[in-house]
Design a protein. Sequence first.
Length: 363
Amino acid sequence: MKYLFYIIDILGIFTLVAGITLFVKVKKQAKKRCSMRSSESEKARVVVIGGGTGQSIFLRGLKKVTPNITAVVTVADDGGGSGVLRSDLGMLPPGDIRNCLLALANIEPTMQEVMQYRFEDGGLKGQSFGNLFLAAMNGLYGNFETAVYKLSEIFNITGRVLPVTLESIDLMAKLSNGSTVKGESKIPKEVKKQKSKIEEVYLEPQDAKPLDDVINSIYEADFVIMGPGSLYTSIIPNLLVEGVVDAIRESSAIKIYIPNVMTQPGETDKYNVLDHVKTINKHTKDNLIDYIIVNNEIIPNSVLDKYKKDGADQVLLDKQQRVALKNMGIKIMEGDLLEIKDDYIRHHADSICDIINQIPYMI
């Protein structure tokens, strides 16, 4: 309950500022949108499945290419500020949803900064303003799906953002030593502590139902893109929700997988590109992938050494892997996909979109 009073105050302040800013912006764009509608309908329909930082970074680049975007986001997060709100308010974790909404938002830079602001002191320490605002909307409408939709309208987003399910789910991991770990945030820690790799992950409950709009979007898509994002904690949890894999398999969309450029300690230690693909196939019991988009730029040692100290390494593709992927019927698209800022490595969203443009269906 302590968050409720904070949220009410914050909501009032934000509404006043946002109302003035967005009214002017939306009014200017309304006429422009009418003239663009016919051309927008001809753009590719893209579903991006994932969660975490990788997904939101990619969405910022993708929205420059097509407005017909559906971001399907995992809701298994139980750590950080999202985990606190999930525990205290009984709501779905808002963090990944918030990041995707902001990635697709058409709002002033100041509003972007306000929504990403994280409190440093007091009872709200560690919470982001955006998480609290989404929590307020959830409390106001009593439904997380409606809250996300209303916030999408306020932010005037390109495309839409959907939680993969409205059910409260927990990510479980079975380790190679036979032990079981409950909770997305706990899995990497226990892998390191027990020195035992992940054998498989699954959801509790295992029969969680997806949103109808998630399934419909997959069936209607021209591209279904899995990634970028954490293999075990962002990509696979979405695929474990009942009906999602069946929809991907039956959809006529081109299915693309984008693995991370770096391994993740406690999740994908020593994994190469092929290991990522095999892990997806193991959990989906099928080869869903038509294309894989892989970075082939070698990271400078000055940057890579800092990651190696934390146990991470570059995910690379070699000749043997290329042959194996080809035998699986997967087409490989390679390029310089890196963006390095302040020694932080991530995918360059525009470069990924340039490669997707080379696939037969042109966005």
